[in-house]
Design a protein around this ligand. Sequence first.
Ligand SMILES: [Zn+2]
Length: 504
Amino acid sequence: MATTKIIYFVVEGRPEQAEFPSDCPAQDVKEVFRAAAEAGPYDILKLYNTKGNIINISPKLESNTRQTQYKLEVVAADCKTDSLGSELAAALGFDLSAMEKRLQALEKKILVDSADMPSVMYEMRNRVESFRDKLESVEHLSWLGLFKELTEGTNKPSPFYHKRSLRKTKEECQQVMENYLHMSSLEVTEEVRQYLKTPTFDNWQWEDAEIMVLLQLMYMDLDFMSKFNIEMEVLQQFLFEVYRHYNNIPFHNFKHCFCVTQMMYGLIWLTDLQNKMDDIDILTMLTSAICHDLDHPGYNNAYQPDNNIFRNLTTEQFKRIREGMIKCVLATDMARHNEILNQFRSIMSVFDFNNKKHKDVLTMIIIKVSDISNEARPMDVAEPWLDCLLQEFFNQSDMEKLEGLPVSPFMDRDKVTKPSSQTGFIRFVLLPLFIELANLFPNLEQHIIDPVRKALDYYTEMEKALEMEKLNRTGSSQSDKIGKPTENQKESKRVQIQLSQTKP
Ligand SMILES: [Zn+2]
């Protein structure tokens, strides 16, 4: 059984605490500290015990008390802050693995008390790790398994060059911001306001500046502006920062951020959540949805002075929101899908809206549902999203082929078809999750379960039709070929794939 660990520490004079399950992945623990320190994704974090020794930030951290609190220090990453991949690769000189090996050897030689690792060693270890993080986290490159390839030491051109253009240009951002500011002064009709509260909302009709107006509207109509004393200009700056930090990629872009947020907004209204949970939890959920796929952990951006929508909150409220957001954003990692779903199942029969733990799990479930909710939308809204997702997959597999990397089978344009990618995912991942949420809120059945079932029928039919076509083309004798994957195999593969994706 995992117990919850509480680590007290002080960072820049501020007392903070980090809470995480003892079986939490090391990376998540680091993220908790990183967020608390408001550190950039590549900054180096150093944690000191009361004796002044550096200790490792890991799930194994020894619990302490406020009296024996640790001290956290942030060292700015000294590689060029503009972390463009090509420069980075050059700066790295591809010797990362060699460096790691040397470090490991050194670590073995030096007898270190794990709690009192010499700081110089620790510094080196941190640097290597931060380089690795950088490589793995640059604009979804972790998908590529690029890191391993790069460290093998050849000088072939890397997808980094390609990725560079995916960032939004300054001009593009300025134009959108101008349009947004202009439009935000206009009145939004009651009809749109109501439509925005439904899962049938069609994102494809709106351009980015309009989407920013719609996001702003959500904060207004949930009364967050007055309840949390959020100034309009600050909210607008915040939304602009968010917009700026979603890249121009086929799927995980600003429109995806909007869809997830809008589905959550719809669920909040449909479940009358405002009368069941605290406003601050709902503010946390909505803001988490907005930030959940930012190209690097969004916490820093959210807390900079002129776009900090939480700046008028009390320290207590601020802390609660920050911790809640970390929980929510980490919950969208599909690697944790079963864990979170099982947690929810185990409390379902005794669910209590007065129980904080129960509510925490529910918020994670709701953001997860929202994150993969495209199939709950009308087919003409949902289907283009599937094309976008496959496009993003195919781009990756094409690059993998170019790079000579093994191609992830579910991303291979020669192997994947639309229906084959959908049926298993809907059956084994989507439906079980959605059904659990609808168990708690039965009126959701018609809004999110029925359309998903329809989508499943649709893709099952399409899959059959494609199979038939193939049979007709190749002759029926081919159909029983040994080694042809059965439907079940295909489906379970898709499920594994979805589960192993870092971000849906
Ligand atoms: Zn997402």
